[in-house]
Design a protein around this ligand. Structure first.
Ligand code: SAM
Length: 243
């Protein structure tokens, strides 16, 4: 049946994503800086500013990987708040935990291995949830969005930071060239791993554009969904509220 095929495809994607992130974990931060030319730091800074997170808040950073956002949130929420850094991949989670511990970030943060599609938290737990460059790796995106909506508190915000569709068609072609030619080459030269970076380019191209993601978030039960394009739409930050 169709469902049989779908199940195999889902398992294949999940397996591929696991391979990619086990393989890149130790070099992830360096490659991130290199491939985005450092701009991912700006995208994450904007995410922090638009999150509305304050002292005492409970925050979940799902697909949090090596913990850039979780580190910022930990400082924001202070000792009365709580941050959960969750990721499906043990290698990424270990690199993140080591990095944050070395930075002296501890006390209000915990690490949880979890699948975004099936979050192991009670309903109405978090004031804010972020997923940065994570959703495109998730097999069942709508299921993941519903799961996030469920564990948000009423009034809580979901922020999705993700690659999106460049607005200018000329720029879009240059960007395509960059992601399909330059990225895998860089991956081969620096990490001896062209395959992982080819996956990266493909997953970026396949990901829903700004308006599609907006309606997916609305269908998952989020309200007042809006988005901000950054770097000409290379990346978009979507935000929705659970009412
Ligand atoms: N958020 C970090 C950042 O912005 O630097 C890491 C992003 S990294 C490109 C994507 C992360 O998504 C990986 O750490 C991967 O393990 C995680 N991931 C993939 N599928 C997932 C899932 N279904 N549930 C939770 N995390 C997942």
């Amino acid at each position: 049946t169709d469902f049989g095929y779908q199940k195999v495809a889902f398992e294949e994607k999940a397996g591929r994503v696991a391979d990619v992130f086990h393989s890149v974990a130790s070099r992830y931060d360096t490659m991130n800086d290199l491939m985005s030319m450092g701009i991912h730091r700006v995208w994450k800074r904007v995410t922090l500013e638009r999150s509305g997170v304050r002292r005492g808040h409970r925050v979940l950073d799902i697909a949090g990987g090596t913990g850039d956002l979780a580190a910022k949130f930990s400082k924001r929420v202070g000792d009365t708040g709580r941050v959960v850094l969750a990721d499906i991949n043990s290698s990424m989670l270990n690199v993140g935990r080591d990095k944050l511990t070395d930075l002296g970030i501890c006390g209000n943060i915990e690490y949880v291995q979890a699948n975004a599609e099936n979050l192991p938290f009670d309903d109405n737990t978090f004031d804010c949830i972020t997923i940065a460059f994570g959703l495109r790796n998730v097999t069942e995106k709508s299921k993941a969005l519903r799961s996030m909506a469920r564990v948000l508190k009423p009034g809580g915000r979901l922020l999705v930071l993700e690659f999106s569709k460049p607005i200018n068609p000329v720029f879009s072609r240059v960007y395509d060239e960059y992601s399909f030619r330059v990225l895998p080459q860089l991956g081969r030269l620096i990490a001896n791993d062209a395959e992982s970076y080819r996956y990266l380019a493909e997953s970026i191209r396949m990901h829903p554009d700004q308006e599609t993601l907006k309606s997916m978030m609305e269908q998952a039960g989020l309200e007042r969904v809006d988005y901000t394009n950054m770097t000409g739409g290379v990346v978009a930050l979507h935000r929705g509220i659970k009412l």
